[in-house]
Design a protein around this ligand. Structure first.
Ligand SMILES: Nc1ncnc2c1ncn2[C@@H]1O[C@H](COP(=O)(O)OP(=O)(O)O)[C@@H](O)[C@H]1O
Ligand SMILES: [Mg+2]
Length: 502
């Protein structure tokens, strides 16, 4: 049969390979996967700021590669996705090293040494590939690049991956620019947070585990299930079978905030916050792929379910069924076990709501030092003046909702109220402390207070607070702090209806 060879254009393919959608943390995690698969006990990450010449390296003491393996590893598609992968392997497409690197940089250098073999080096320079339109993989590197590899000095074996010319991260950045430098190191912090999460199982293993260093500092594991907290509840584990495979599921209810030390509570909420971190955590061979997701099972992230976190373990043999993507940041459960997962999720959520509710009652009584009062007194010329506290959450929120164009009217109204406050009213109150309960504490008519409470709840939610947070805010606002039973009626979002019933 007659045919043409229609090879892909190097420049076009290379550019597409840059756009798979990694960010810095997921890209570095993909490089670290290779180190772990190569049996590394240590991974050293180096982030070096130098404006647009900044560079990043990922170095390991894994098995390394000989020259032939290295050249193949640098090839796009070094191993077919259909090939068999061992249980230790974290790869799949034979792309990660290249796609993750090219998503962040234009020059990728790998130096590696296998036992009883000399070290060898290869370099992809994307500008050169684009210009020459050929897959020319360099064997030599510049003196400057050589200096960035100085730390690589393995006695027996290991690998270093070096990223230079990071146009996506530091294009046109200047070494002296403090803001740009800060931004660079903020990104580094995100990398560390991500790694401490996705590799926590490796970092936690006492023997034969992994130690990871970021600019010389040890990265500590971040375990989403708080296994060391006595108040963490493990629900019965389940083992779901399909197609001769087994998926292991371990549901957890995390402790309520009131049962955790503030620093543990804060840490367990990470930068995404507790609400966003609820859901399934999917691990593949111990490496976390998905963190806090209801996996498209038709369940929403709700404030009341935020204590539910479920561990789910799969193996590389299930990659196709779970639609693992190149970035290894997505997994979708196969149809055969979706119903089971929905059942487990619903049960875990129900239990999580119970814990949230039962403890929530306690929480609605804010500590006295947390209570915020609507009226403040200001002492001026020896006299007390009553002023409205602009930091009272409802005042601050309504002012913000007014928007820039109308908040001066709102301010004028507040000043008017302050200026025209009946003198007798002010004088009658002998309390000269800075914080004054005002008339509200004498409100006997609970139904009036209830209407105001529901309206303010609605305002707080409308301005972007979750319902749970809105209730927490109200619990700090005098006089509502004294009426937990009123706040309890706000749960489930009933407040929206009642305030309309006025
Ligand atoms: N740090 C490393 N140590 C040893 N071998 C590596 C390392 N990084 C990459 N390799 C080799 O390069 C190959 C290609 O890596 P990659 O492009 O990430 O694809 P995948 O991980 O899907 O196989 C790996 O299968 C492995 O053989
Ligand atoms: Mg890989």
């Amino acid at each position: 049969m007659d045919y043409d060879i229609a090879e892909p254009h190097a420049d076009a393919i290379i550019q597409s390979a840059r756009s798979i959608g990694y960010d810095l943390p997921t890209a570095i995690a993909d490089i670290m996967d290779n180190s772990i698969a190569a049996g590394a006990s240590n991974i050293w990450l180096a982030f070096f700021w130098d404006g647009e010449r900044s560079w990043i390296s990922i170095r390991d003491d894994g098995s390394g590669m000989n020259e032939k393996t290295l050249v193949n590893a640098m090839r796009l598609g070094s191993l077919s996705p259909l090939a068999y992968r061992s249980d230790r392997d974290l790869g799949r497409f034979g792309l990660g090293l290249k796609t993750a690197s090219f998503s962040q940089c234009k020059r990728l250098i790998v130096r590696t040494k296998a036992e009883n073999a000399p070290a060898c080096t290869r370099c992809w320079d994307l500008d050169y590939v684009t210009e020459s339109r050929e897959w020319r993989l360099f064997k030599e590197i510049s003196e400057l690049s050589e200096s960035h590899l100085a730390e690589f000095n393995p006695k027996s074996h290991g690998t270093i991956v070096l990223w230079e010319d990071m146009d996506r991260l530091v294009a046109h950045n200047q070494t002296e620019n403090r803001m740009q430098q800060d931004r660079f190191y903020q990104r580094v912090d995100q990398v560390i947070e991500h790694n401490s999460m996705v590799f926590h199982k490796f970092l936690e293993r006492p023997n034969g585990g992994l130690t990871c260093w970021a600019n010389g500092n040890k990265v500590s594991p971040w375990n989403p299930f708080l296994p060391r907290e006595a108040a963490t509840q493990g629900l019965p584990e389940e083992h779901l079978h399909y197609n001769g495979q087994t998926v292991d599921v371990f549901p957890y209810i995390l402790p309520h905030q009131s049962r955790l030390k503030p620093e543990i509570f804060k840490l367990a909420g990470g930068s995404r916050g507790w609400n966003d971190l609820q859901g399934f955590y999917v691990y593949r061979n111990g490496r976390m792929l998905v963190a806090g997701d209801w996996l498209g099972l038709g369940l929403q992230k709700e404030e009341h379910c935020k204590l539910a976190r479920i561990e789910l373990n799969i193996t590389t043999a299930m990659d196709m069924d779970w639609q693992i993507d190149v970035k290894k940041s997505r997994a979708r459960p196969p149809a055969a076990i979706r119903d089971d997962l929905r059942r487990i999720a619903s049960l875990t959520r129900t239990k999580a709501v119970e814990v949230y509710r039962s403890r929530g009652k306690v929480l609605t009584r804010a500590r006295s030092d947390e209570v915020v009062f609507l009226w403040d007194t200001l002492r001026r010329h020896g006299k007390n003046r009553f002023i409205i506290n602009r930091d009272y959450p409802a005042v601050a929120t309504v002012r913000r909702l007014c928007g820039e164009h109308t908040w001066e009217y709102f301010d004028a109204l507040l000043r008017l109220i302050e200026e025209t406050l009946p003198v007798s009213c002010a004088n009658e109150n002998p309390d000269t402390s800075r914080q004054v309960q005002g008339q509200a504490s004498t409100l006997n008519d609970l139904s009036q207070l209830s209407i105001i409470c529901h309206l303010l709840f609605k305002v707080l939610v409308a301005s972007g607070n979750s319902k749970g947070h809105a209730i927490e805010l109200l619990a700090t606002m005098a006089p509502f702090n004294q009426y937990p039973e009123l706040l309890a009626t706000l749960e489930d979002g009933e407040g929206d209806n009642q305030s309309d019933d006025r």
